[in-house]
Design a protein around this ligand. Structure first.
Ligand SMILES: Cc1cc2nc3c(=O)[nH]c(=O)nc-3n(C[C@H](O)[C@H](O)[C@H](O)COP(=O)(O)OP(=O)(O)OC[C@H]3O[C@@H](n4cnc5c(N)ncnc54)[C@H](O)[C@@H]3O)c2cc1C
Length: 544
């Protein structure tokens, strides 16, 4: 367990005010002369590097009332930064908890889904799973920055595990058996490199290679695919052992590769499976998670801005006034109206779409039009960590072509007594179909299908809790999805304020499905609000 330290890439903020601003004024305004804070000195070019993501805007928002809708990460980060600048923030949150999608399910957690009964988690004390975010890419600098600033300890999240499985249900000669990922990865790499090496040898590749270059490429292919001196792929220890090596005469035994045709016809080269995590920018190791549950990040923000949050306050109407803004909300005591100077709305669009407002037709159309992914997860508590004890699986993901899509193994509490697996994490049509089931049917499905891979399920299972995000009240979707065309039209409509109302959240970034999206969006909107209040023009020049 550790708190991240070290340097992050820097996004300097230069302020280009209408009236020119002297170096001294700048330092005075930012209150930095006495303390000579590192970020402010950096912004003035007095230092060359920064420890993190500085965000020191000059000027004060004192006396201005900002109403923030939603206490997810975007809403709380906005409140946190605005409060530093002296604004009076009120955050209206419909739920009885902060964090929104940044939610870890522990004993006693509840959820409300469309057409489902009230639902409470019965996990043991100390057990949890992340129903929303579970991993942080190492290049999501702003997420890591806030973890450092707010003191949230991080640990490595093991996203890539060659010891987890591929399980193709009902398809081809390799179906219905759990196959270690390393076997398929190495066989596919081996066959592909063998084909290419042969093609280069017989000059069938259209590349202007000298003889020496071709030889170098062949050497590379041999190393990449584990080919023998004849450039043929044969079994190697990269696939693991069927008889393990050990002391004395135990040299170990390696199995023959699968036939390429069998791998293909079993669907194991389909995107369902051959979606190599470490190739995707966001999923490349190193990845992180908050120690003790990802909601620790939300809780750290809540500690800073909790006094500004009104819980159980469901916004029902947003009205731009000629000057200022009016928000109507209801809570246990009735319907209330709140007036402010400006508003930041972080309510997810499928929810906002059902709220009364007087926005422009462009904004209104965008809110109604942008679609969100259907996605769901189930946490299954087991009395024994059989995946570790019996199968040597420590973190990582098993992929299947059935409704489960993925099984996530916890990258925490290794070698502990009990544990929670994410028994499915699915999307789109599969998530839709599973979301239609009752909680009990979802559990049954996760157990039945999961038992095909881990027969230990039936003996070791204790309790479950599932979340279908597209059916979950106050979210109604996993995250925003855009086509390229929509990025040019409806997306842009919400990047502008609608008179006194600014829109923020993961949906207003290119970081959809990431906490970093919520945080980047919060900073972007805080910058815009503050520029408007202090009448500054803000630019972000590229930095070296
Ligand atoms: C299944 C899943 C997996 C994910 N995995 C990852 C991951 O591994 N890593 C990662 O970084 N990110 C991940 N994310 C994305 C991340 O969780 C989100 O991008 C981020 O939490 C969004 O924050 P937000 O503040 O924009 O929205 P939200 O968290 O949705 O906040 C919106 C808030 O508005 C409130 N609200 C709604 N309606 C009203 C109303 N009428 N009145 C008042 N308040 C209202 C809600 O209750 C909520 O608190 C995942 C998300 C999901 C769903």
């Amino acid at each position: 367990m550790f708190i991240l330290q070290g340097e992050q890439p820097l996004h300097l903020i230069f302020l280009n005010t209408r009236k020119s601003i002297s170096r001294r004024d700048f330092l005075t305004q930012t209150g930095m002369l006495a303390g000579a804070s590192y970020p402010a000195m950096l912004a003035m070019g007095m230092l060359r590097a920064a420890p993190a993501h500085p965000f020191n805007l000059p000027g004060s928002g004192s006396g201005k009332q900002i109403i923030i809708l939603g206490a997810g990460l975007a809403g709380m980060a906005a409140a946190y930064e605005l409060s530093k600048l002296g604004y009076q923030c009120t955050v209206l949150e419909a739920r009885d908890r902060a964090g929104g999608r940044c939610w870890s399910i522990r004993k006693g957690a509840t959820n409300i889904e469309t057409n489902q009964p009230f639902h409470t988690a019965g996990f043991d004390e100390g057990q949890y799973f992340n129903a929303g975010p579970s991993r942080i890419p190492h290049h999501h600098a702003l997420t890591l920055h806030y973890c450092r600033e707010l003191g949230v300890p991080l640990q490595v999240y093991n996203n890539v595990n060659e010891g987890a499985y591929y399980f193709s249900e009902g398809k081809g000669p390799l179906s219905n058996r759990k196959i270690p990922v390393r076997e398929i990865h190495n066989d596919v790499r081996g066959y592909m490199t063998e084909m290419l090496a042969k093609a280069i040898d017989t000059k069938q590749v259209d590349a202007a290679l000298t003889k020496e270059d071709a030889q170098k490429v062949i050497e590379y292919l041999r190393a990449e695919g584990g080919l023998d001196v004849d450039k043929l792929y044969k079994a190697s220890a990269r696939r693991g052992y069927i008889d393990p090596y050990g002391a004395g005469e135990k040299a170990g035994r390696v199995a023959d590769p699968y036939k390429l045709a069998d791998i293909i016809s079993s669907g194991l080269m389909d995107p369902d499976f051959y979606n190599v995590a470490e190739y995707t920018y966001e999923l490349q190791m190193t990845m992180f998670q908050a120690v003790g549950g990802m909601d620790k990040i939300a809780k750290a923000f809540e500690q800073k801005v909790g006094s500004a949050i009104q819980y159980n306050a469901e916004v029902t109407k947003i009205t731009n006034l000629p000057e200022g803004v009016q928000v109507t909300y209801k809570n246990a005591t009735g319907t209330h109206v709140l007036n402010g100077d400006l508003c930041i709305c972080t309510i997810p669009l499928p929810v906002l779409s059902n709220i009364d407002h007087n926005f422009s037709s462009d904004a209104s159309r965008a809110i109604d039009y942008i679609s969100y992914i259907q996605t769901g997860k189930i946490g299954l508590q087991f009395r024994r960590r059989f995946w570790e004890e019996d199968e040597h699986i420590y973190g990582g993901i098993t992929h299947t072509n059935n409704e489960l899509t993925q099984i996530f193994y916890p990258s925490y509490d290794y070698l502990g007594k009990k544990g929670i697996l994410i028994g499915y994490y699915n999307f789109n049509e599969k998530a839709k179909a599973v979301g239609e089931l009752t909680y009990q049917q979802r559990e049954q499905l996760a157990l039945t299908k999961g038992s095909l891979i881990h027969p230990q399920y039936s003996k070791e299972f204790e309790t479950s809790f599932s979340v279908s995000w597209h059916k979950t009240k106050y979210n109604l979707g996993g995250w925003a999805l855009y086509t390229n065309d929509e990025r040019q039209t409806v997306y842009k409509a919400l990047l502008q304020p609608d008179r006194q109302v600014y829109f923020a959240g993961e949906h207003l970034t290119y970081l959809n499905a990431w906490m970093a999206g919520a945080l980047e969006s919060a900073r972007s909107v805080v910058t815009a609000v503050h520029a408007r209040v202090t009448e500054q023009r803000v630019q972000y020049p590229t930095t070296s």
